[in-house]
Design a protein around this ligand. Structure first.
Ligand code: PEP
Ligand code: MG
Length: 565
């Protein structure tokens, strides 16, 4: 079994065709007639433009206009007068052949893009490589690999899938794609998702390991490639594939639709994200907003706190991606199980009950102010739908202190104060929810922590996992009370813990009055479909039955019987 990045979901089973890089080496020579060589270059550029426009038009039909822009971007890059004139100069001044001039200049641009930290800009380096290879092939008279006439059920295996290759694919004949390079946000990943072809990227030595004609299974949802599967494996995956198609077909009906209960009550299905790139996923997966941006991921895998500008860019990017939609960004939730080594938090006996989240932030106000200023500025500079959410609140004073700090910083910046709300994830916050509701613009229930604190069972300890159960009447009562208290207080109540995506719990949450369900991007359509299954009256009936039960096991069985029914 080979592993890689799960870049485009679904299961593809078929026969391998390995596309090897075509040889574009050429003999370096000094040209005798530079004028003629410049003309040869310009003719090649013209041919590149004509071919690329044709590719983009094909792509508009086979994928969509937005994705075709990626290919048109290649034309724009080469249309940059500076780029071709630099090639001209190298031919005229140094007697370089057209191939060498093109390669030298394009390599310079590639190095420039590679040097930028932003991954989306780095992606341009792949585009330049694609342009270079195609322009060299035109100059050298090498025909492009033919991807239009691949046999049915082809599993395409390539070193790097370039945008132009993807544009040429006859998607009906491609069961799956496997590459040796590329990440989640590479153009090849974006395009394979747009084409709905399962893809696993960055599989080490794929072109050497997978042989032409071999049968392989590509599980694009889990990043797995199985070479020469056994009969049992083939059966298992055929079954999974059929289930995947059936579910996808069922959920297709919910794309672009409002989230409504069976009797038409409007709900919101938002997304949980961990970085700005996930914002793109949230949009692609039809999320109606972001219900939780876990900003601690911006602070991890580095040596120091991200400065105000870096944070501002990250928050603004998500708001821009989700233009005009609500984006709820949580302030730093460090501590507990979320370690950030350079912050040097002391080792504690009970880290989940210790110095974490808002407790840390309020004792490190200089650092906290960087995040709050970045959030206030991002809110002011975008559509103004950025909401600030505070984790681990246990007292009214804590929340008031955060809110006052936000107001003070907004006044200094002379910018509007964003909405500020709290996660309700501690028993204390739940007990004083009515008092908190007076100061909070919204609640979002963090069931992951709420369950551990209500049940006094560490969420990561397998020995007490039998107690860590959201179906427990204690937790269900807390959830009901938080929602009802928020609704009475006139503020929106959402849920961003894992429970929001649990189909068994959705009727209960509808009955209690939850308005926003924040789930992982891949769960958006499923959650919308589950919401559509129940009317308020049906949900109330389920809630009444389940809330009368005494144990988590009874509640679980009862909920299962309703959902099956
Ligand atoms: C929660 O506690 O439910 C939650 C959403 O936050 P986290 O899982 O990041 O603690
Ligand atoms: Mg939490």
């Amino acid at each position: 079994m080979l592993k890689g990045i799960a870049a485009s979901e679904g299961i593809g089973i078929g026969k391998v065709i390995v596309i090897r890089d075509q040889d574009v080496t050429y003999e370096q020579k000094t040209v005798a007639n530079p004028e003629e060589e410049v003309k040869r270059l310009h003719d090649a550029v013209d041919e590149f433009m004509v071919k690329t426009e044709r590719l983009a038009e094909d792509m508009e039909k086979s994928v969509n206009p937005k994705e075709a822009q990626i290919i048109r971007g290649h034309m724009e890059m080469l249309e940059d007068p500076f780029m071709v004139s630099q090639m001209d100069d190298m031919i005229k001044d140094e007697g370089m052949c057209a191939e060498a001039a093109a390669e030298t200049v394009l390599n310079m641009f590639k190095a420039m893009f590679e040097g930028v930290e932003d991954e989306l800009i780095q992606q341009r380096a792949t585009d330049i490589e694609d342009i270079k290879s195609r322009l060299l092939k035109i100059l050298l008279g090498i025909a492009e690999a033919d991807l239009k006439t691949l046999p049915p059920e082809t599993v395409l295996v390539v070193g790097d899938l370039t945008p132009s290759m993807t544009a040429e694919l006859n998607k009906d004949n491609v069961a799956a794609i496997v590459t040796e390079s590329g990440g989640m946000t590479s153009h090849s990943a974006i395009l394979s998702r747009a084409l709905e072809i399962p893809a696993v990227l960055s599989v080490l030595n794929a072109t050497a390991t997978l042989r032409d004609g071999a049968t392989v299974i590509v599980d694009g949802s889990n990043g797995v490639v199985i070479n020469d599967p056994t009969v049992d494996e083939a059966e298992e995956y055929k079954k999974k594939q059929a289930e995947y198609f059936a579910e996808k077909e069922r959920l297709r009906a919910y794309i672009g639709k409002e989230s409504l209960t069976a009797d038409g009550i409007k709900k919101d299905v938002f997304c949980n994200i961990g970085n700005p790139k996930d914002g793109i996923k949230a949009k692609e997966k039809d999320g109606e907003g972001v219900g939780l941006f876990r900003t601690e991921f911006l602070f991890m895998d580095r040596d120091s706190v991200p400065n105000e500008e870096e944070q501002y860019e990250a928050y603004k990017k998500v708001c821009d991606t989700l233009a005009n939609k609500t984006v709820i960004i949580r302030t730093l939730d460090v501590g507990g199980d979320k370690e950030i080594p350079y912050m040097n938090l002391p080792k504690e006996e009970n880290p989940f009950l210790g110095y974490r989240a808002v407790r840390y932030c309020l004792q490190n106000k200089d650092q906290f102010s960087l995040q709050l200023r970045a959030l206030i500025r991002a809110n002011a500079d975008t559509s103004g739908n950025l909401w600030i959410m505070v984790p681990m609140i246990t007292t009214v004073s804590e929340f008031k202190e955060v809110k006052a700090f936000v107001e003070e910083l907004a006044a200094e910046l002379d910018m509007p104060v964003p909405k500020v709300g709290t996660m309700v994830e501690t028993p204390a916050a739940f007990m004083i929810a009515d008092k908190l509701a007076k100061y909070c613009d919204f609640f979002s229930i963090g069931t992951n922590d709420l369950t551990q604190y209500i049940m006094a069972a560490d969420r990561g300890n397998s020995k007490v996992a039998y107690l860590y159960n959201t179906y427990d009447p204690a937790v269900l009562r807390a959830i009901r009370q938080i929602i009802e208290t928020g609704v009475e207080g006139g503020i929106p109540v959402g849920m961003c813990g894992e429970a929001a995506a649990d189909p068994l719990l959705i009727p209960l949450l509808i009955s209690f009055g939850l308005t926003e369900f924040s789930v992982s991007p891949t769960s958006v359509l499923k959650t919308r479909a589950e919401i559509a299954r129940w009317s308020k009256a049906e949900a109330d009936h389920i809630a009444e039955t389940v809330m009368a039960l005494e144990t988590a096991e009874e509640a679980y069985e009862q909920l299962k019987s309703f959902v099956r029914g």
